[in-house]
Design a protein around this ligand. Structure first.
Ligand SMILES: [Zn+2]
Length: 411
């Protein structure tokens, strides 16, 4: 049950409808950054004459401009087409459990201003979104951008999202946010904006896809290991969300049928055994029962709750028990990912999130476990690496999410 209005407007009420050919040209340039008319004709299978006409219309609408001259390949020099940077502005908003990271970007996706600050999602959607809207308002005021030039917002949140409706569904760490109409709230401040909401892991995968190690990779998986464990799936160059938006929820795949009970109610979930919170629980156990004198010392020195970071520090000091916790966590994640690899056959797995850099043994054991348990054919072209973007993946992905939903194809 919830008290919010039941009606949720379509995500695309504010999206600008473009004829299909114009839409395809815009999309191709969004993926590539810039393209010549010849590139466009080849990529889209249109004639040069047709491309010239479509491009002319897009330039007349203020969407495209002629860019720098492309490298000459002999004969006439071609000018590449790029987005008119002032056609629209967008916000990428990455909401974490205890922080928010905002970027104001132009139509080309270049960041103009950035703001990051602590913020507690437990304060509830009304207070949190009002504060975020206030920060965003101050950012556009600083650059003199009118509110109706903000054509899209991409928002990442740390909880399960119904992507079509733009609402959170029973988010475990965001009390009061379930079914809250984020779109209506943000459109109250940015009336011309399309508002897209997605879970943080999908948004991070999007960031890697558009601006990081996933650029140009057709099929890959982004795994976030933090307090929980989740994955964003990129299939054929797009985020794959599944029927209900919860594809990639690998944290609740069973890693051990005799394992501990997970907060979801099931037994032996990966998240209950290998996440940041599981590592923290194990660390407290081994510190209290004397198996890890080093971590016991941290407690004596006044640390209230040992976290994954402390386990990393202890391992660095040579604590074998801490090292074993890191290895076991990596192995468990790897064993679940091996199943994912056999099922999905990605060419890249990126590991990110707060626990990713707990120690070199972590990634090494993920790799070892995946390679030993997957079929040889599915791993021959598989690379497993750290996320290349670190803390920037979320906000970069949120900007990309916003940019990709400014337009829709007209019927
Ligand atoms: Zn679970």
């Amino acid at each position: 049950m919830n008290n919010w209005p039941a009606q949720h407007s379509s995500p695309y009420v504010n999206s600008l409808a473009l004829p299909l050919q114009q839409y395809k040209v815009v999309r191709a340039i969004r993926m590539a950054g810039d393209l010549s008319r010849t590139d466009l004709a080849r990529k889209l299978g249109y004639s040069r004459a047709l491309i010239s006409g479509v491009v002319k219309n897009l330039i007349a609408r203020g969407i495209l401009v002629e860019g720098e001259e492309a490298a000459s390949t002999g004969g006439r020099r071609a000018k590449n087409l790029v987005f008119n940077d002032s056609f629209a502005y967008v916000f990428g908003i990455d909401i974490g459990a205890t922080s928010v990271d905002l970027a104001l970007a132009n139509f080309r996706g270049e960041f103009l201003l950035r703001d990051a600050r602590p913020l507690d999602v437990r304060d509830g959607p009304e207070a949190v979104l009002t504060e975020i809207a206030g920060i965003a308002q101050a950012m556009i005021d600083e650059l003199g951008i009118p509110n109706d030039k903000v054509l899209s917002l991409g928002i990442g949140v740390p909880g399960p999202v119904d992507f079509a409706r733009g609402v959170l569904i029973m988010p475990p760490i965001m009390p009061g946010w379930g079914e809250y109409p984020i779109r209506q709230k943000m459109r109250g401040i940015f009336p011309a904006a399309t508002v897209m909401v997605d879970n943080d892991v999908n948004v991070m995968a999007m960031g890697e896809l558009r601006g990081g190690a996933g650029k140009g990779v057709e099929n890959f998986i982004f795994v976030k290991v933090g307090t929980g464990i989740g994955a964003g799936i990129v299939a054929r160059g797009s985020i794959y969300r599944g029927s209900d938006g919860c594809a990639g929820d690998i944290g609740h795949i069973q890693a051990d049928r005799n394992g501990p009970v997970c907060h979801c109610g099931n037994v032996g979930c990966l998240e209950a055994m290998a996440s940041g919170s599981a590592i923290s629980r194990l660390a407290m156990e081994v510190a209290r029962d004397g198996r890890s004198p080093i971590m016991a010392r941290y407690l004596e020195q006044g640390v209230e709750r040992l976290t994954a970071r402390h386990v990393g520090m202890a391992a660095h000091e040579g604590d074998r028990v801490a090292m074993a916790i890191i290895k076991e966590s990596g192995s468990l994640i790897g064993s679940v990912l091996a199943g994912v690899v056999n099922f999905f056959n990605p060419s890249l797995i990126l590991i990110g999130g707060g626990v990713a850099h707990i120690g070199t043994q972590f990634l090494a054991n993920i790799r070892r476990s995946v390679l030993s348990r997957s079929l040889p054919l599915s791993t021959q072209n598989l690379r497993i690496d750290y996320s290349s973007m670190g803390d920037d993946a979320g906000v970069t992905g949120a900007v990309a999410l916003a940019l990709e939903h400014i337009f829709i194809a007209a019927e």
